[in-house]
Design a protein around this ligand. Structure first.
Ligand code: GDP
Length: 227
């Protein structure tokens, strides 16, 4: 059984001051609204409604923490971040994204990896690129091209290659991964699950050495501000 199937809701964080202080390894899931992020989290964790897609775009501006591992001794958190990129989202919502999720990604010491979900038909957008630039180079990144069932196999492979080379340009120092994923036919699920579990395994020991928090006063404009 996959470690990720043990995922259960832990807490909602609406401000940086509320971030957990237990030092556990964290893996963040990020993506434009409608990229398929909640669906992918639910497929990975083999649950129907662990992560919810927001019915009102851009409204849910919080980090949702899910614990994995034994109930009495969780070993890591999966962190669902608010979807970004809704042009119609109010400015206030975009600012909240930057100061919470943006700050979190740039400075969270326990962050071992980021799973960026992007619709294969759109590939990477400017907002995704900006977000990628924020991710510290030592933090692992996997770009997961969702809804791969929507394209013929050859077009999907072309998209995969194109995003791979773009990622190499954006983060030349980092051994990032790009995967095809479909919630519909479950392709890519085992690869993504194995990767995330590998990151958790590699990082949990180091991260549990001591608690750390991000500093709330280093905010910079981020993807949502320009969406
Ligand atoms: P979120 O806003 O990123 O959390 O996106 P959702 O997970 O709510 O997905 C947005 C829409 O895309 C929903 O209608 C999903 O049913 C659909 N969707 C998500 N993943 C897939 C997939 O792999 N294949 C197909 N065909 N549709 C998908």
């Amino acid at each position: 059984m996959s470690l990720l199937t043990s995922a259960r809701f832990h807490t909602t964080v609406a401000a940086l001051a509320q971030l957990p202080r237990d030092g556990l390894v964290e893996l963040a899931f990020v993506g434009r609204s409608n990229a398929g992020k909640s669906t992918a989290i639910n497929v990975l964790c083999n649950r129907k409604r662990l992560a919810f897609s927001s019915r009102t775009p851009g409204r849910t501006q919080a980090l949702n923490y899910f614990a994995v591992g034994p109930t009495d001794q969780p070993i890591a958190y999966l962190v669902d971040t608010p979807g970004y990129g809704y042009a119609s989202a109010p400015l206030e919502t975009k600012r909240t994204w930057d100061t919470l999720a943006g700050q979190y990604l740039q400075a969270r010491t326990q962050l071992a990896g980021v799973v960026l979900l992007a619709d294969i038909r759109r590939q990477l957008t400017d907002l995704d690129r900006k977000l990628i630039e924020w991710i510290p180079s030592q933090v692992r990144l996997v770009v997961t091209l969702t809804k791969s069932d929507k394209l013929p196999r050859q077009q999907a492979s072309t998209a995969l290659r194109s995003v791979r080379s773009e990622l190499q340009r954006l983060r030349p120092q980092s051994p990032d991964t790009v995967l095809l994923f479909s919630a519909l036919n479950r392709s890519g699920r085992d690869e993504l699950s194995a990767l995330v579990e590998e990151w958790i395994g590699q990082s949990s020991q180091a991260a549990s050495a001591g608690p750390a928090a991000v500093s709330p006063d280093t905010a910079t404009p981020g993807p949502a501000a320009s969406g």
